[in-house]
Design a protein around this ligand. Structure first.
Ligand SMILES: Cc1ncc(COP(=O)(O)O)c(C=O)c1O
Length: 366
């Protein structure tokens, strides 16, 4: 019996490879799960916001109901916080979901979308799944070359994707460059600014983009509660956009794409200023600790604005496996066109120290 055949562009998709799970690593290496340190997926080393956890406990008795498909409470909480209207928002099952919604709503087969070399993997995946063409613009210093990306826009381009800061490189484009990109692309092209790591930026660099929406209705800002808010396992993200764009995106959204516990937790987490402050402080100190460690080992790294940092090591794949044997999971990024680098998520001080000691052994310096 011959199975139905998916379109060629779907069959050509190379599936996303996530960070290696703790349980799988424990099984394969015969280690105890508790002894494994995962620094592979840019997750929060501080766990989730305690306020979010308390809110979830209080919401368990309504799980037999469908969630509120309109996301009323969460949209209102976000709108208050961001100074926008609820109809500027689209909620997603993680920001991965909203990034796909933009692609699904605005791309046709044969259209094109622009993104950078070393950009977040979900952009090519979302574009390919539709049969659209990705235009990959060479990176500048591992980051987005926004002038070149603007110049790469063609008549059939519908979307430009920009992560700022970018993952996996941690690079940051000054907001004035992002503004210049918006000034230079046609208004008919959506500019998706992915701000998954915005909360980690120092005060002076925090994003001004929501204030630009009135001037640029083609601007789409995506954010997540997976990183600084520590809710990766619940899956909550959102888009801030012009109401007309949000309305179109909502048409292709599953009616109940964000679950009840995720929304309840997100509302509570948004109010947990103390947790975010702790997260930001731990991250800044951790980046400094990791940079100092890399310098001491004579390793080159890419200065990062995220909750992770990318370091160049000879024989990255071997070093990755040596780290695994010591129970430390980091992220190889050959799939991002960086076979000589490893990406490590910032941990607690003692976790960073354990990783650095393991790295020293893995590269044969101890
Ligand atoms: C740049 C960037 N955007 C979006 C995401 C998606 O995160 P989530 O779907 O958990 O919101 C990630 C996650 O790694 C990311 O690095």
């Amino acid at each position: 019996m011959k199975l139905p055949e998916a379109p060629e562009y779907v069959r050509a998709i190379a599936p996303y490879v996530p960070g290696k799970p703790i349980a799988e690593t424990a099984r394969e290496l015969g280690l105890a799960e508790d002894d494994i340190l995962k620094m592979a997926s840019n997750e929060s080393p501080l766990g989730a916001s305690p306020k979010a956890l308390a809110a979830i406990r209080g919401a368990l008795d309504v799980l037999h109901y469908y969630p509120d498909g309109s996301g009323y409470e969460l949209k209102n909480a976000l709108a208050r916080r961001l100074g926008v209207k609820p109809d500027n928002l689209v909620l997603g099952n993680g920001s991965n979901d909203v990034l796909e919604l933009v692609a699904r709503a605005y791309l046709r087969p044969g259209d094109s979308a622009v993104y950078s070399q070393h950009a977040f993997m979900v952009y090519p995946l979302a574009v390919q799944a539709i049969g659209a063409t990705g235009i990959v613009v060479p990176a500048r210093g591992y980051g987005n070359d926004l002038a070149a990306m603007a110049a790469a826009v063609r008549a059939d381009t519908r979307i430009v994707f920009v992560a700022n800061p970018n993952n996996p490189t941690g690079t940051f484009n000054p907001w004035a460059e992002v503004r210049a990109l918006l000034e230079s692309v046609p208004a008919s092209v959506l500019v998706v600014v992915d701000e998954a790591y915005e909360e980690y930026l120092p005060d002076a660099l925090r994003s001004p983009t929501t204030a630009w929406l009135a001037r640029f209705p083609n601007l789409v800002i995506s954010r997540t509660l997976s990183k600084a808010y520590g809710l990766a396992g619940l899956r909550v993200g959102y888009v801030i956009a012009d109401p007309a764009v949000a309305e179109v995106m909502n048409r292709v959204r599953q009616p109940f794409n964000v679950n009840h516990l995720a929304m309840v937790a997100a509302c509570a987490a948004l109010d947990d200023a103390e947790f975010i402050a702790k997260t930001r402080a731990n991250n800044a100190a951790g980046l400094a600790q990791l940079e100092a460690g890399f310098k001491a080992l004579g390793l080159e790294y890419i200065p990062s604005h995220g909750n992770f940092i990318t370091v160049r090591v000879a024989e990255a794949d071997r070093v990755y496996r040596e780290l695994l044997k010591q129970g430390v999971i980091v992220r190889p990024i050959a799939g991002y066109g960086m076979p000589g680098h490893l990406r490590v998520t910032v941990g607690l001080p003692e976790q960073n120290a354990r990783f650095l000691a393991a790295l020293e052994r893995a590269i044969g310096k101890r």
